[in-house]
Ligand binder design. Structure first.
Ligand code: GLN
Length: 496
């Protein structure tokens, strides 16, 4: 694909007639035809609808009109984001053939900006997981080493960008599902501030935690997508009603006297040594850029997982009550003599996978009379403390630096108990709990079993401080030079 120059250049080439939206799309589709049978990033592609859309963009250009800032840019969309003409499964049998009657706001905004959404990417069922192995329709493989997971839950979106199938994609992040797979696939992933991006049309998992955000090959590309999808939405009352700042204008100007906080809780022995080594290297990069590295403490890092796995399942159990076999998706066949209750029970038993059932049971338990105060209410109290802790740390620094994950991509099937999977989210859940913004950036690779595996670093910034977050990220990227560093698919796929 000829967009090594990035999304903005690609869109400029389409607008100036140097290339066409249609040919850009075709080159993505060809690559997908060739390699996706091995990787499994896409649940479905809607090539004909997308071709039609691309031709419309080209027609606008021919007529001297401006199709928008993402003119002709193909974008893959996580299968949790609904659109009116295509199936959205959420990785679940219960929504196997579900077609939404409306488009998600982020989807509409992509179209309005001239982008060409062309496929839905695989994810863990209802976005519950950290490896994409909980997708009811099959796992996704990591393009750097196909015996490994891409991370999750937005594994298909991350892997599609790493594989060069699409210059950008959308994911959703409830506890790390954009940043963690971005780290494991060696691409950039942003979890925006809670309320920055509309959730209208994102299938709900934990609505007080969920945010949609972009994956791309560079900070600039990710910022270009975020710029378009962000902003207040009348359909989502939790969107923030402040104007979206210009994320691209000053992106390339370094921040003078940047204060980078590094929490001691983030560089523990439990991390893979390569992860700590990469974070230390990133600290050196920032020092060399004149930033001040400040030791800070975030002791509540340790209670993040426990808090998240009460609040997330509580909200999920309430949200997923709507899949009853009547209103949406799958409806089970009844045996003679069975009644309405059997219809609910059977549809849900057949339609939901094991992890989703576990979350529903956990959530129902922590919300039930007698346990509500002990678990749910307490988790909300801890949530406030986590928020306060971030606020006080952000008085000492502009951004926080640390690992995104505690290790590189793990082997498919290797984390087969729920707890070890949940522990993958140690460094990501607290940003969702507190509602702040975060980004994962490629920070080099480590050689494991003859494969280069990417390692990500995470930056976090206070709510609404995306401009600082992205400029700080770009400073690192420009100095460290890991942007556009993608795996050699021919080699990885051949050796799989
Ligand atoms: N891995 C976390 C979970 O399983 C986060 C998922 C997400 O962010 N959607 O819940």
């Amino acid at each position: 694909m000829s967009n090594d120059g990035g999304i903005l250049q690609l869109s400029e080439q389409v607008r100036s007639g140097q290339t066409t939206a249609e040919s850009v799309l075709e080159s993505c589709l060809e690559r997908i035809d060739c390699y996706d049978p091995v990787l499994g990033c896409f649940q479905n592609t809607f090539a004909d609808v997308a071709r039609e859309r691309a031709r419309e963009v080209d027609r606008l250009v021919n007529d001297g009109k401006d199709p928008g800032p993402l003119a002709g840019v193909p974008v893959a969309v996580k299968d949790t984001i609904v659109s009116r003409n295509e199936i959205t499964t959420c990785g679940s049998r219960i929504l196997e053939n579900f077609v939404s009657p409306y488009d998600a706001t982020v989807y509409t905004r992509l179209l309005d900006a001239g982008a060409v959404p062309f496929g839905k990417t695989r994810c863990d069922e209802f976005a519950m997981g950290s490896s994409t192995e909980h997708c009811a329709f099959g796992s996704v493989r990591n393009p750097w080493d196909t015996s490994r997971v891409p991370g999750g839950s937005s594994g298909g979106s991350a892997a599609a960008v790493a594989a060069g199938f699409s210059p950008a994609s959308l994911g959703s992040d409830t506890g790390g599902s954009i940043r963690q797979p971005a780290a494991l696939c060696g691409v950039v992933g942003i979890k925006p501030t809670y309320g920055r991006v509309s959730r209208y049309g994102l299938v709900s998992f934990g609505p007080s935690l969920d945010q949609v955000g972009p994956f791309a090959r560079s900070v600039e590309d990710a910022a270009a997508i975020l710029q378009v999808i962000a902003g207040e939405d009348v359909h989502d009352s939790t969107t923030i009603d402040t104007p979206v700042p210009d994320l691209l204008g000053e992106l390339h100007s370094p921040i003078e006297k940047l204060r980078v906080g590094v929490p001691s809780e983030y560089l523990v022995e439990g991390n893979d040594p390569a992860v700590n080594e990469r974070v230390h290297a990133a600290m050196d990069v920032y020092r060399s850029l004149g930033a001040e590295i400040i030791d800070v403490q975030l002791p509540l890092t340790d209670v993040g997982i426990a808090t998240y796995y009460v609040i997330g399942p509580a909200e999920a159990s309430s949200n997923l009550a709507r899949y009853d076999g009547i209103r949406y998706g799958r409806r089970a066949d009844l045996e003679p003599g069975e009644v309405l209750f059997d219809l609910y029970a059977r549809s849900r038993s057949e339609g939901f996978g094991e992890e989703v059932k576990r979350r529903i049971m956990l959530g129902t338990y922590v919300l039930s009379a007698g346990y509500y105060d002990a678990y749910y209410k307490r988790a909300l109290q801890v949530r406030r403390l986590i928020r306060d802790e971030f606020n006080s740390v952000f008085e000492q620094c502009d951004v926080l630096l640390g690992p995104t994950t505690n290790g590189p991509a793990f082997a498919l099937g290797s984390k087969n108990d729920p707890l070890s999977m949940y522990l993958c989210d140690r460094y990501t859940v607290n940003a969702n709990i507190a509602g702040i913004c975060g980004i994962s950036l490629p920070a080099g690779t480590v050689a494991v079993d003859g494969h280069e595996l990417p390692i990500g670093i995470q930056l976090q910034a206070p709510a609404l401080c995306e401009p600082t977050l992205l400029r700080a990220a770009r400073m690192f990227e420009a100095a460290a030079g890991y942007e556009n560093h993608l795996p050699d698919l021919k080699k990885t796929v051949a050796s799989s």
